[in-house]
Design a protein around this ligand. Structure first.
Ligand SMILES: [Zn+2]
Length: 129
């Protein structure tokens, strides 16, 4: 009872949407300087209030990518974090005036990466929800 000679529904093809990653914006990782789709990188912003001190600044993870202000992007890995730290990439990318504001603390970001890295079943698989 298989009907092979079905007329093709031509109008369907116009409705089919393109894969969403086709136009995914690329961002540059401040650690390895490689470009990757925005979804693969973690956005970070500079915030004040580290340790409850208003004049103490830190790099805050912004997984939702919605925090106001200048952001930087980073592969959420220890390797890229270490590279960015060594090259002072956060200070530059976030336009942080270390002379006036003091250093950018990275502990919050480290904690975030440590927590995010733990339950990760598939290292290079895409996260589909
Ligand atoms: Zn990277």
């Amino acid at each position: 009872m298989v009907r092979d000679g079905r007329p093709t529904a031509v109008w369907w093809t116009a409705v089919v949407t393109q894969p969403s990653n086709r136009h995914a914006p690329l961002r540059t990782c401040v650690g390895c300087r490689q470009r990757a789709a925005r979804g693969e990188l973690l956005r970070v912003v500079a915030r004040s209030g580290f340790d409850g001190q208003d004049d103490s600044w830190y790099v805050a993870p912004d997984p939702a990518g919605s925090a106001p202000g200048r952001g930087a992007h980073l592969h959420p890995t220890d390797t890229c974090l270490a590279r960015a730290e060594r090259s002072r990439a956060f200070v530059r990318a976030l336009r942080h005036d270390a002379g006036a504001r003091g250093p950018l603390h990275l502990q919050r970001l480290r904690d975030h990466l440590a927590a995010a890295a733990a339950p990760r079943p598939n290292e290079n698989g895409s996260i589909s929800s």
